[in-house]
Design a protein around this ligand. Structure first.
Ligand code: NAI
Ligand code: 15L
Length: 265
């Protein structure tokens, strides 16, 4: 690609992508609210609020790829979620539609779009959304916007329902939901390499023994996750007691998010 935009570039996954995706484009455009530091040789640093449609239009114009990681990444009062994850998504897709170059997009959706499925359920890309909070609802909205801009305007998006992407699983639920940083990066590479992407729902999950999600609908991507959270089980067991079977974090796929309150403003 000529220009790859990474939004949310100062966040956890944004920093990972900044460090490991430089080879994908001549110029990496990094965007965040703040905290990006000095630009490297092939980087451009841009500060923009996703809720500002003019700033987003400016950011997106001319980019042939976007890894959209920016946004509210957990439960919060609705005005915060709405600005970043609802208005921000409309601004991003409107900017993509109007851009002289049509970008291919990776949208960081979340397992919390389907968080009210139980951990005994096995689901694929066709599962009806069951969000576990307002944050999850905003991710369902993002997936719907991506679908509409694909059907109406042909904009391709990987609707990536990320499980838990951290250096290692942080609790027993993540033995099922963990996405290793290496598998996350190889997935993004596959998304930009495949000749025709479409607008698939993809579960961002490593090759965990106890995974709940079926990615057979996207085998055409050629993505083969290599890591398995099981290698951390003994370490986790030595560090913490697993939740009781009647604890919300042991019942629902979204874990504690399913038992969380509405965060009033
Ligand atoms: P993060 O919270 O570290 O990064 C998100 C970034 O977006 C932050 O730097 C924040 O300042 C920025 N942001 C928030 N509101 C903004 C706005 N209005 N305008 C511009 N920037 C704004 O989150 P992380 O972990 O890096 O996740 C990245 C994306 O992946 C998020 O969209 C999150 O919902 C999604 N995700 C992450 C998972 C994970 O395991 N890390 C799991 C599922 C989804
Ligand atoms: C998410 O959507 C969050 O952004 C991340 O911080 C984790 O909480 C993750 O889900 C998870 O479910 O583990």
């Amino acid at each position: 690609m000529k220009r790859l935009l990474i939004t949310g570039a100062a966040g956890g996954l944004g920093t990972l992508c900044r460090n490991r995706l430089a080879h994908l484009a001549d110029t990496i455009v990094l965007s965040a609210l703040d905290g990006l530091g000095e630009a490297a040789l092939n980087e451009e640093v841009r500060y923009a609020d996703l809720a500002d449609k003019h700033a987003v239009a400016d950011l997106v114009s001319g980019c042939d790829g976007i890894v959209h990681l920016g946004g509210q990444s957990g439960e919060a009062p609705w005005p915060v979620i709405r600005a970043a994850n609802v208005d921000g998504l409309v601004n991003l897709y409107e900017a993509a539609r109007r851009s002289p170059v049509t970008p291919r997009i990776v949208f960081a959706s979340s397992n919390h779009a389907i968080g009210f499925y139980e951990q005994t359920d096995r689901i694929g890309a066709d599962a009806v959304p069951r969000p576990d909070g307002l944050y999850g609802v905003s991710k369902v909205f993002g997936e719907a916007i991506a679908s509409m801009y694909h059907d109406k305007f042909g904009i391709e998006t990987a609707r990536l329902r990320i499980g838990s992407c951290f250096p290692e699983p942080l609790d027993h639920r993540m033995l099922s939901t963990w996405l290793s940083p290496g598998d996350f990066i190889s997935l993004i590479e596959c998304v930009f390499r495949v000749p025709r992407l479409g607008c698939p729902v993809i579960y961002g999950v490593s090759d965990n023994d106890t995974a709940w999600w079926d990615n057979s609908a996207v085998s055409y991507l050629g993505w083969r996750p290599k890591d398995n959270a099981e290698t951390f089980r003994a370490k986790l067991d030595s560090e913490m007691v697993p939740p009781a079977p009647d604890d919300v974090s042991a019942i629902y796929q979204g874990g504690a998010f399913a038992g969380d309150r509405i965060h009033e403003d």
